[in-house]
Design a binder for this molecule. Structure first.
Ligand code: UTP
Length: 270
């Protein structure tokens, strides 16, 4: 079954990017005139998604305002004869819904809020702070291909340097073919002996059974409900795959990556 629904969890505090995140959500950081989250919404649309649920927190209303129609701007641009700019303020051509996460209890808790939205269908999760740029197929579309082939959950992967693996969910795997893996195990932020150099990176497709595993999962690393722990439980009962994403990945919560992202977009004229 092809994936039509996506959840974008955007309710985190963005502590690495303080103090700006006190007022501006990191998902709204500008990247060549557009907020970062718009790249992720465009990626979802380009990957065949038809409905998106964005998980917000109290200080993230700016995201909802941004994706709303701006009648004021439309009227103003008409009045001053700048109709040619109206296309710039078009709302994305997709059905958007929002839900608030009352406490930032972790990525797993944010995804869990999407249970009713996803229903009995497979669904995607796109982390809005991970932006994938490149000439290859959109990151989520790369995962969709493997999901359509297998019918099972697929997590996006990137090879990460040894010393940085402690910041990620890391998989233990069995190689299926170039860039495609079957998950044997997954460890959140391994302190020592990471099981591979393949880190989970910002894009996922899940079968609806993930929700049963999220319900059973208790708080893990950092006192948060970890999505990785629910995946670990899922793969005991169901096959789960990993797909190396060929596009470059930029984490906008890292200042160096954010600058590299802007540079790459300016250079490529995207
Ligand atoms: P991160 O841990 O990377 O983001 O969560 P953060 O917590 O916002 O930022 P730092 O690490 O403190 O700087 C990954 C994604 O999960 C969302 C975040 O918004 C981000 O997109 N998230 C995290 C939630 O929606 N809810 C949570 O409770 C935690």
């Amino acid at each position: 079954m092809s994936v039509k629904k996506a959840i974008i969890p955007a309710a985190g505090y963005g502590t690495r990017s303080l103090p700006i995140t006190k007022a501006v959500p990191k998902e709204m950081f500008p990247v060549a005139g557009k907020p970062a989250i718009q790249y992720v919404v465009e990626e979802a649309i380009a990957s065949g998604i038809e409905e998106i649920l964005i998980v917000l927190s109290r200080n993230k209303s700016l995201i909802m305002d941004y994706f709303d129609r701006s009648l004021e701007y439309e009227a103003f641009l008409e009045k001053v004869n700048k109709q040619h700019l109206i296309g710039k303020i078009d709302t994305p051509d997709i059905h958007l819904q929002y839900i608030r996460q009352p406490f930032a209890e972790g990525l797993g808790a944010a995804v869990k809020l999407g249970r009713r939205f996803a229903g009995n269908e497979p669904f995607a999760v796109l982390l809005p702070d991970d932006i994938f740029i490149g000439d290859e197929a959109p990151a989520l579309a790369q995962l969709s291909d493997l999901h359509n082939e297998t019918g099972f959950s697929v997590v996006g992967l990137k090879k990460v340097k040894n010393e940085l693996l402690k910041n990620y969910g890391v998989i233990k795997e069995e190689k299926v073919s170039e860039g495609k893996y079957r998950l044997i195990d997954i460890v959140e932020k391994p302190k020592e002996s990471p099981p591979s150099n393949l880190a989970v990176s910002g894009r996922y497709i899940f079968t609806p059974s993930l929700f049963d595993h999220l319900e059973k999962t208790t708080k893990g690393a950092g006192g948060e409900l970890q999505l990785t722990d629910a995946v670990k439980s899922l793969l005991k009962e169901e096959k789960c795959y990993g797909m190396e994403i060929s596009r470059n990945r930029y984490d906008i919560g890292s200042e160096a990556d954010y600058l590299r992202l802007i540079q790459s977009i300016m250079e490529s004229g995207r």
